[in-house]
Every structure is written in C-alpha cells, then in structure tokens.
Design a binder for this molecule. Structure first.
Ligand SMILES: [Mn+2]
Length: 361
C-alpha cells in the first residue's frame, strides 16, 4: 500500500530534517514561498502563515504561485502578499533567492514556471508536504529537494507548519497566522470529517483557538459565501449524475456548456466531488470537468474502502488514497471509458479480498 512508505522517514530522520531545515531558514536572507497551481486552503494557509513568520524574522520574503488563488481565500491575505509569478518581472528576484519553500505540492510540475525557473537557477529547495511525491521525471527522476519534510499522516500541510512553529518559533503564533493555519486544517480535513482527521488535527485546532481564532467566522468565510452560479452548477451536476449498475460508482461529466449555462467557471466546481461521495451506497465518486474538447480534469473521491490514487496515477495524476485527481489530454468521453473498467475491476478485487484486507488507517 502506498501510504506505508513513509515509515522510513519518521521520527529521528524527520527530527533531523526539520532541524536542518530550520538552520537553513535562519541563515537565508531572501526566501521564496510557493504552492501548487490552483491553490487550495491548505497551500494558501500554509504559505501565508509561513510568510508572516519569515517577515517577523526580518527575511526578504515573497509568495509567488503559478496561478491565482480562489476569491474565497482572499480574506486571509488583506495585504496582498500572494502574487502570481510573472517570469518577465520576477525571474531576476527569484534568481537571487537563497531558499525556496514549497508547500502541499505533491507533483513538482504543479509549480509551473516557478518550478522550472527555480531549477534553472539552482535555488536550494525545501518541501513541506503530506502528499505522495510525483512529477520529478522533469528533473532526472530524483526528488529535487535539499530539504524534504514529508509526512503522509499529517492531516494537512498546515499541521506540519504548526508543528514546526511550536518547536522552532520563539514568538507565539499570532491570530492571523492561526487563522491561515486553521483554514488549511479545516479545508483538508473536510472540517474534521475525513479519514485523515486524527488527534493531531484536534490538538492543532485547540492551539489555533488559544491563538484567538473564531471558528465560526472562518467557516462562514470559507463555506458560506457560495455564488449563485455555483449553486446553479450543483443543480446541473445532480441532474446529470450517473451510477454504475451496482451503484457503487457515481460519476458526472461537467461540460463547458453546463458551465456556460450556469454562468460559472471551473473555479466554481471546487468541493463538488466531495459532495458526490456522500451518496448512500457510493464507494467512489468521479467528477470529470471538460477543460476543452481535448482536455479533461478528473477528480476521484473514495469513501475509504478503496484507495484510488493508483487510478489517478495511471491517468497521469496523483494525490491521496481517498482523494486524488488528474489532468488528462483526452475528451471526457474517452477518459470515463478508461476509468470505469479500472474502478469496476478494483471494486471486484475488493469483494474477493474483503476478508484478507484490514483497514490500516
Ligand atoms: Mn493538503
């Protein structure tokens, strides 16, 4: 099983990695922070909290991402610290960095031009993450990080940042840092509902409360600002939902036409695949979003009996065992035709092996 490979990185090794990382953070003057394209609450919260920490330490620090952040997370960044990387304007600054820290990345390619330029200028790279690592074929097949703080059992990357602050930050965690980190935590655990919710998640929440956050205010900003277009889109999705014969797979293709009719964009799709998983009897939910006639974004969600990131890998993507995705250069009709037999096969194997499998998580 994929999730077992982290054992070699645990305890002593990890302590050493964090210590070395802290030393390099302290000795670096100019530091770049980044996260994956189409960043989520975890990547954004982690980098904002870390940016505040670095500014406290007097570092010259910028957050440069491959793409824009979703508008709902704007409340976390009143000063506008998060920028979209523009090679033309920003490469010179990047080239003068002594360290780059990437958060919640998983697939190196998801840094886009930021990653390409960091490699070209041989900037020392550190990664804080809880995803299986992929996409480093581009750098010769080995992980490009001088410092890799990888912990699959962390409920969020923000949790790792919090643990780092708890140990290495002299000043207390501020309310704004805590708000960013709490956002990372709730968005990655589905507000303490997903299988990655563990003691660490709740300990962290207590610490964030002590730092002065108001959970209902954060929840309101993140979950109760839905656009009407998004609600119309949800209607279109539920109306066109399909099921496998045994009802264990639910899937839906969200076409450009559906987006247009709802007055929505792909950004509005966030979170819908989680919703499809909530249906009784469904083990795996698949949401296909038509990027254009030759490209499809696919999201997989599993209820927890079947790891599905191997299917995402086959499709050229990756992610967590129960939540993963891929961008496939094929029309959605072809993509679903490839995916359904793979999932059916896995479900059939699950039936056969049922007694032999113990749920390790
Ligand atoms: Mn994450």
């Amino acid at each position: 099983m994929v999730t077992d490979s982290h054992s070699s990185l645990e305890t002593a090794d990890m302590d050493t990695a964090w210590k070395r990382f802290d030393e390099v953070v302290r000795s670096s003057r100019r530091i770049l922070l980044s996260t994956h394209e189409n960043p989520d609450g975890d990547g954004i919260g982690s980098q904002l909290a870390f940016c505040e920490h670095l500014k406290d330490l007097g570092k010259e620090c910028r957050i440069l991402n491959g793409t824009n952040i979703p508008a709902i997370y704007g409340f976390l960044d009143p000063e506008g610290w998060i920028e979209v990387y523009r090679r033309k304007d920003d490469e010179e600054w990047l080239a003068g960095c002594e360290l780059a820290i990437v958060f919640d990345l998983g697939d190196f390619r998801r840094l886009r031009e930021v990653g390409e330029d960091l490699l070209r200028h041989s900037i020392a790279l550190a990664s804080i993450d809880h995803h299986p690592q992929s996409g480093f074929e581009v750098v010769g097949g080995t992980l490009p990080y001088a410092h890799l703080m990888l912990d699959y059992s962390a409920p969020s990357t923000g949790t790792l940042v919090w643990e780092y602050f708890s140990k290495y930050r002299q000043a207390p965690i501020t309310r704004t840092m805590a708000e960013a980190l709490y956002t990372a935590l709730i968005t990655d655990t589905g507000s303490f509902r997903y299988d990655n919710t563990n003691e660490r998640a709740h300990h962290m929440a207590i610490d964030m409360l002590r730092a002065g956050i108001k959970p209902y205010l954060v929840h309101r900003r993140v979950y109760e600002e839905r656009e009407r277009a998004q609600v119309r889109l949800l209607g279109a999705i539920t109306a066109s939902l399909q099921y496998s014969d045994d009802g264990r797979i639910s899937w839906c293709a969200l076409t450009q036409e559906m987006l247009k009719n709802a007055g929505a964009t792909r950004k509005d799709v966030d979170g819908f695949s989680d919703f499809l998983r909530t249906i009784k009897g469904v083990e795996v939910a698949v949401l296909l979003t038509e990027v254009d006639t030759s490209q499809t974004k696919v999201s997989f969600r599993s209820k927890g009996n079947l790891a599905i990131n191997d299917v995402a890998n086959i499709m050229g993507g990756g992610g967590h065992p129960f939540a993963s995705g891929a961008l496939v250069k094929e029309p959605w009709q072809q993509v679903i035709a490839r995916i359904l037999p793979l999932l059916e096969e896995k479900l059939a194997a699950l039936d056969t092996n049922e007694e032999g499998i113990s749920d390790g998580s």
